[in-house]
Design a protein around this ligand. Structure first.
Ligand code: ADP
Ligand code: MG
Length: 240
């Protein structure tokens, strides 16, 4: 469904990605782990061209995303993204945070958009929070609104960049539960996270990145129980 070949990303003289090859099958949940600064976020952002790769190709549903003629906004709608910082509009309530893109990007009427937003809020367990502004919601609830907003655009794949890292520990579970439900519903997902319990429970494949490269990948068992690379072992020991 989504693949990248020979992805390089330079920031000035610094090589954040050094020839990454990545493939994602429909229905797969791939976890990406690795030390801070190893290029995980850069890889995710290159996959939907929030970041312009310096070299390489990204192909999504058979379409070359590097092609100048590609409707990148359409592609981005189909590749949902959820960030560590939820990036909700503080002056809009939960419903309107979701309907904004539906109306602007998809051209839906207010009543159509409201109906979709309410369905999505229900899906993430926040049916009663439609009128609440982000400031009145917990971090976990805000993140679930952000997930609902991405889902409203009917993405084919969802990219999660450390979705629970900014949350108080007691709020992490509610977000992972929503992600697990998505997974159970067959959503194709890429998740950058250090939530190893979730990885073990939900991931089909785990990728370990270091220094802008994929050092190894395998099933959760292979990567967590029997990592081949010294760097992977060190990383596992550090995060416990
Ligand atoms: P990770 O998500 O694994 O922590 P990132 O992909 O965010 O790593 O970053 C990889 C490296 O690229 C880091 O050293 C980071 O400082 C650098 N980097 C990321 N974004 C930029 C940018 N916009 N400008 C300069 N350097 C960047
Ligand atoms: Mg990151």
């Amino acid at each position: 469904m989504l693949e990248a070949h020979g992805l390089w990303k330079k920031f000035g003289d610094f090589q954040a990605l050094k020839g990454v090859d990545f493939t994602l099958e429909t229905g797969e949940l791939v976890f990406i782990i690795g030390p801070s600064g190893s290029g995980k976020s850069t890889l995710l952002r290159c996959l939907n061209r929030l970041e312009e790769p310096s070299d390489g190709v990204v192909i999504f549903e058979g379409v070359d995303l590097m092609d100048r003629n590609v409707d990148i906004n359409l592609m981005r709608r189909r590749i949902g993204m959820v960030f560590q910082q939820f990036n909700l509009y503080p002056h809009l309530n939960a419903r309107d945070n979701i309907t904004l893109a539906l109306r602007k990007v998809l051209g839906k009427s207010r009543s159509e958009a409201n109906a979709v937003a309410e369905k999505m809020l229900e899906r993430v367990g926040l049916a009663d929070k439609a009128e609440s502004h982000p400031g009145a919601l917990s971090g976990g609830q805000q993140q679930r609104v952000a997930i609902a907003r991405a889902l409203a655009l009917e993405p084919a794949v969802m990219l999660f960049d450390e979705p629970t890292s900014a949350l108080d520990p007691e709020l992490v579970g509610s977000v992972l539960q929503v992600m697990q439900q998505l997974r159970d519903a067959g959503m194709t997902m890429v998740v950058v996270s250090h939530e190893m319990r979730f990885a073990r429970a939900a991931a089909d494949r785990v990728i370990f990145m270091a220094d802008g490269q994929i050092l190894e990948e395998g099933t959760p068992e292979e990567i967590f129980e029997a990592p081949k690379h010294q760097r992977t072992r060190e990383f596992m020991a550090e995060i416990g």
